[in-house]
Design a protein around this ligand. Structure first.
Ligand code: SAM
Length: 266
């Protein structure tokens, strides 16, 4: 169980996170690392992105923190200290960080939209940074996945599925710069850039799309009895594809919007 109340299947995530990895690689490039930094990766998932950062800082150290025990277990197995001496993983919640001026960089990819109240995250992050340290976060932002979550809305209101969604609330916090800039300032972080970036996520046909839904829509699927979950996933995927058929290569496009935040602790 993660700190945000859902169960992540780390192996399933490792198989179905090509899109997140692509976004992460772009984000890592923007760090302009010299190779000696100490870096915290917040919500490190299955650890493959964290390991890429560690590879870029041979003279530094990288810590991956995640609230899912299964993610941490898989990360430790896949990237042991014997082969990655500058990398370690530890369980922890982004809302309750207890580092004190340990890092030059706090990085986070595809994680923080799982948190609605960013105040504690940003305060803990600021405290974790050395003076002059920097944050670079990318997460789902305002307008993220609007078309595909419309499908979820239709399904959760339907006669067939609605009985399991009484009182259901949209699970993610997709924010814009108007909200995020003051939250950074309140935590003592000086904003250098905050922007919403439109991105198209491509999934390989029904199976690719179903894989992404199965892996990340747990706030929906965990509501449904276990023996009906796969039917829910397949129906969501098919319904979306009715309005968004695959291109000539078999790729299904999903419009996403990422919120990117670049700020420093003075
Ligand atoms: C979509 S995955 C992203 C993983 C990785 N950063 C990547 O780019 O592949 C989201 C991760 O955020 C973690 N997460 C969600 N809420 C969290 C929280 N409050 N504190 C720490 N980790 C959290 C989940 O356990 C999951 O591993």
């Amino acid at each position: 169980m993660s700190g945000t109340g859902v169960n992540w299947d780390a192996a399933e995530y490792a198989r179905n996170s090509g899109a997140q990895q692509e976004w992460a690689r772009e984000l890592i490039t923007k760090l302009g690392l010299s190779g000696r930094e100490s870096v915290l990766d917040l919500g490190c998932g299955d650890g493959k992105v964290t390991a890429e950062i560690a590879h870029r800082v041979p003279g530094g150290t990288v810590v991956g923190v995640d609230s899912s025990e299964d993610m941490i277990r898989l990360s430790r197995e896949a990237f042991p200290p014997s082969r990655h001496p500058n990398l370690r993983f530890q369980p922890g919640d982004a809302r309750a960080l207890d580092f004190d001026r340990e890092f030059d960089v706090v990085f986070s990819n595809a994680t923080l939209h799982w948190v609605k109240d960013h105040g504690p995250v940003l305060k803990g992050t600021a405290r974790s940074l050395r003076p002059g340290g920097r944050i670079l976060f990318q997460m789902g932002g305002r307008g993220n996945g609007t078309e595909i979550f419309e499908v979820a809305k239709l399904m959760t209101a339907s006669e067939k599925w609605g009985r399991w969604f009484a009182g259901f609330q949209f699970p993610w916090g997709f924010y814009g710069s108007e909200e995020y800039a003051p939250w950074c300032a309140a935590a003592g972080l000086r904003v250098r850039r905050i922007e919403l970036l439109p991105r198209t996520m491509l999934q390989k046909g029904t199976e690719g799309l179903a894989g992404w839904i199965r892996t990340t829509w747990m706030p929906y699927t965990e509501r449904v009895p276990a023996d009906r979950r796969e039917a829910f996933v397949q129906e969501a995927s098919a319904l979306y594809m009715q309005g968004h058929p695959p291109d000539a290569r078999g790729n299904v496009a999903v419009k996403m919007v990422r919120l990117e935040v670049d700020a420093v602790r003075d």
